[in-house]
Design a protein around this ligand. Structure first.
Ligand code: MN
Length: 254
């Protein structure tokens, strides 16, 4: 089995090293990742400048490829004939920081798995639910376990798995929950500050509103110390509103 690993934190990120090591005994692992941190780049792709790919030596041993592109670019490159053709599995991570609820839409880690699914490949995004995470061992072990299961059973076309692991020691993990994508809201999202010359600037900050956690959601599972696995579809259609919206009977020109 050939496994493509990538991330949005850069080819030398410790989360990627942990993932490579964990998956090594499942098959041939190829690392293609951005040459710099690209967190929160979403599903952006490089269309208006050359995309480069450089072979790099990795501190933990072996080689990988660094690209000046985004995580999605890295998956597209990894699936192409230029890097030996499509892998059997795409795994993105391990991201230091949760990817839960509506934050999925910003995530470069999740976008990499999304690109894998677009390419028709079983794909998994893995995150540890702490921005300061340095211990990826539990998440790496779980990534190996889940990769084995996905390799055996496959995933439906157009669906990938988004996995979040609590930032605790393995023996403190409260279990595994299959979840839906929750809601994640922030208040006071944009903070206004003043620069030394008196000009205004703005900075994303804000507090997560966790008061209405929805049971069964990814946010709820992580709050309860469980590993969350959410099946995510590329199809964003609101099936429930299809009929209602058709009943608006929108006609143009009137
Ligand atoms: Mn990241």
């Amino acid at each position: 089995m050939k496994i493509l690993v990538t991330n949005d934190d850069g080819i030398h990120a410790p989360g990627l090293a942990a993932l490579r090591a964990a998956l090594a005994d499942l098959g041939e692992v190829i690392a293609i990742a951005p040459d710099r941190p690209r967190s929160a780049c979403g599903h952006s792709v490089t269309l208006h400048k050359p995309l480069r790919l450089a072979r790099v030596r990795l501190a933990e041993g072996g080689e990988g490829f660094a690209s000046n592109g985004t995580p999605s670019d890295c998956v597209a490159l990894g699936v192409s004939e230029h890097t030996g053709g499509p892998p059997d599995l795409v795994v993105a991570g391990i991201n230091p920081g949760p990817n839960l609820g509506w934050d999925l839409t910003y995530s470069g880690t999740v976008a990499a798995a999304m690109e894998g699914a677009i390419c028709g490949l079983p794909s998994i995004a893995v995150s540890v639910a702490s921005y300061g995470a340095t211990d990826f061992s539990a998440a790496a072990d779980f990534a190996r376990y889940l990769s084995g299961a996905v390799a055996k059973r496959g995933l439906p076309q157009g669906t990938f798995l988004n996995v979040n692991v609590p930032a605790v020691a393995r023996q403190e993990i409260a279990g595994v929950e299959i979840t839906c994508q929750g809601r994640l809201r922030y208040e006071n999202r944009i903070e206004r500050r003043t620069d030394p010359r008196g000009g205004a600037y703005f900075w994303f900050s804000g507090d997560r509103i966790d008061s209405r956690l929805q049971p069964g959601s990814d946010v709820h599972a992580i709050a309860g110390g469980k590993i969350s696995i959410t099946p995510i579809r590329l199809d964003l259609t609101d099936q429930g509103l299809l009929t209602g919206l058709r009943e608006w009977n929108l006609q143009w020109p009137e």
